[in-house]
Design a protein around this ligand. Structure first.
Ligand SMILES: C[S@@+](CC[C@H](N)C(=O)[O-])C[C@H]1O[C@@H](n2cnc3c(N)ncnc32)[C@H](O)[C@@H]1O
Ligand code: SF4
Length: 492
């Protein structure tokens, strides 16, 4: 679909809106043509901005117009975005009959917007603004407000003298077809694991020393992946023992190991994990439909999941999380409902409901399974059912994020029993908490208060384990400069 844009218009924003309605299309901007399939004209007037849209597609044509008044609260860019967004949204939804549930919110966490609105106007007004100005459905506006309130409770507990540590173990027993995370899953690449563990231990020692020097207290540690329980008992123990030795237990509130794949969990590994004070673990079915598990290349059955879950519950690790995915290849609403109902019967402390998303690296996309054409109806019903049923069963939505290329533009939501909210998940997403990332693919996010403002610096490790092993990246100078308020320009 060709775009013709006239006036002060951000073409990336227009493209991201169009993508919600016309999946798989490209949206080149044609500067010289008099008109495109989508023509957008934005003009400043004395008291606001007016945007006119004409859309011609598939033999149909629609027009729309929106006027947004200047106001004292919002900057010009925001007013312009709202104005252009409304006009395009109306034209596209009139033509396609589709109303994206998250309205104009693209490329930003809904709870971050909700949180800002709550701070300024309170809960009720924030809810109305999300519905009217950002065109969210009533259900999604409510969800965004609930998550923002629950997130805030966690964020407020930890001030700038605290931080968290993330340890990345990007290895898995086999590769699931839908997965877009970087993770090594072949015997040849498993040969890197011993060196990888050595390097992680070295980096952990350095990082703990640095954290001490900076006077920060570690409040959460998260060992994620990949599948950390792909490591042997000995390898896991070496990593856990360093954390145990170097961390002040008084300040540590949460220590998570993402077990994940049921086929990697053993009694021996659980006993090592428990011994070193881990108090939260994931064991993930994704689905309890064996046909779906086969479709997505998980090397375990629902029976294996129940066995592993039993081992984990008997291990004495206090908090258990289970991950599910709505909208998987071959799944139906009835089958997802059955999965969720059975998981609720187990009563885990956390249930995370992801919506199926496809990234270019996923095997399923390379196999050309027509993933973009998957019927979103099953995912929409599954996500709606998860929300209402989990609330009914005493769970609260406490963190949420959205990704590109997700079926029906849906969200990923972490639900928890109120006393067992996963703090790391909230803190790592907020712009108010420092996280040190260890290992390949890990991101370090530094946050520092400068007067009334907050400064954030993100530092990225090498993505792939083999790059991480070859190159001795050392970010200590950069980190110290940041916390001591010195410029890092020459290092960037
Ligand atoms: C980093 S993965 C690690 C979990 C662990 N290796 C496992 O598979 O059980 C975290 C979670 O992301 C979710 N996930 C991964 N790929 C996804 C996709 N393409 N769409 C939606 N959710 C996805 C899954 O629910 C998975 O449990
Ligand atoms: S979903 Fe989990 S187990 Fe499967 S490949 Fe991705 S990270 Fe590994």
């Amino acid at each position: 679909m060709r775009l013709k844009l006239e006036g002060k218009i951000n073409s990336l924003y227009v493209q991201s809106l169009c993508m919600m309605f016309f999946r798989g299309e490209k949206f080149p901007v044609h500067e010289d043509a008099p008109r495109g399939e989508l023509t957008v004209i934005a003009k400043d007037e004395s008291n606001g901005i007016r945007c006119q849209v004409q859309l011609v597609y598939d033999g149909k044509a629609v027009t729309s117009e929106h006027f947004e008044r200047f106001n004292d609260c919002d900057k010009y860019e925001r007013i312009s975005k709202t104005c252009i967004g409304h006009a395009i949204f109306r034209a596209c939804s009139d033509l396609t009959g589709y109303l994206p549930p998250w309205g104009l919110l693209t490329g930003i966490r809904p709870s971050a917007v909700a949180s800002e609105l709550i701070d300024k106007y309170g809960n009720e007004m924030a809810y109305s603004i999300l519905k009217d100005k950002y065109i969210l459905s009533a259900e999604k506006a409510k969800l965004a407000i609930q998550v923002a309130i629950n997130e805030r409770q966690i964020i407020n507990k930890y001030d700038n003298s605290t931080c968290s540590v993330y340890i990345s173990i990007p290895f898995c027993p086999t590769r699931c077809t839908y997965c877009s995370f970087i993770s090594y899953a072949t015997d040849k690449l498993f040969k890197l694991i011993p060196n990888y563990v050595d390097k992680i231990i070295q980096q952990l020692n350095d990082t703990f020393e640095l954290i001490n020097r900076l006077g920060l207290k570690i409040v959460t540690v998260y060992i994620g992946g990949g599948t950390p329980t792909t490591l042997s008992c000995e390898q896991l123990e070496r990593i856990l023992a360093i954390v145990d030795k170097c961390i002040d237990k008084q300040s540590l509130v949460e220590f998570t190991v993402e077990g994940g794949r049921p086929d990697t969990i053993t009694v021996e590994k659980l006993s090592v994990i428990k011994k070193y004070g881990v108090n939260r673990i994931s064991v993930n079915p994704q689905s309890l439909n064996d046909e779906v598990l086969k479709n997505i290349g998980r090397r375990h059955s629902s029976y294996d999941f129940f066995n592993s879950y039993e081992l984990v519950s008997k291990s004495g690790i206090p908090v258990i999380n289970t991950d599910l995915i709505a909208g998987l290849d071959g799944d139906t609403f009835e089958s997802f409902k059955n999965t969720l109902d059975k998981i609720i019967e187990l009563s885990p402390h956390n249930i995370t409901v992801h919506s199926f998303s496809v990234k270019k690296s996923a095997q399923a996309l390379q196999d050309d399974k027509g993933i973009y054409n998957l019927d979103g109806e099953c995912a929409i019903n599954s996500v709606d059912y998860s929300y209402s049923t989990l609330i009914e069963n005493g769970y609260i939505p406490y963190y949420m994020y959205r990704q590109k290329n997700t079926i029906s533009d849906l969200e990923n939501v972490g639900y928890a029993k109120p006393e067992a909210i996963g703090a790391y998940n909230v803190l790592m997403m907020s712009d108010e908490h420092t996280v040190f990332g260890i290992g390949a693919g890990a991101t370090t996010k530094l946050v520092r208060k400068n007067g009334e403002n907050r400064e954030i610096l993100r530092i990225f490790s090498h993505k792939y384990p083999y790059e991480y092993l070859q190159d001795n990246q050392n970010f200590n100078c950069k980190i110290i400069n940041f916390f001591e308020g010195r410029s890092n320009d020459e290092n960037n």
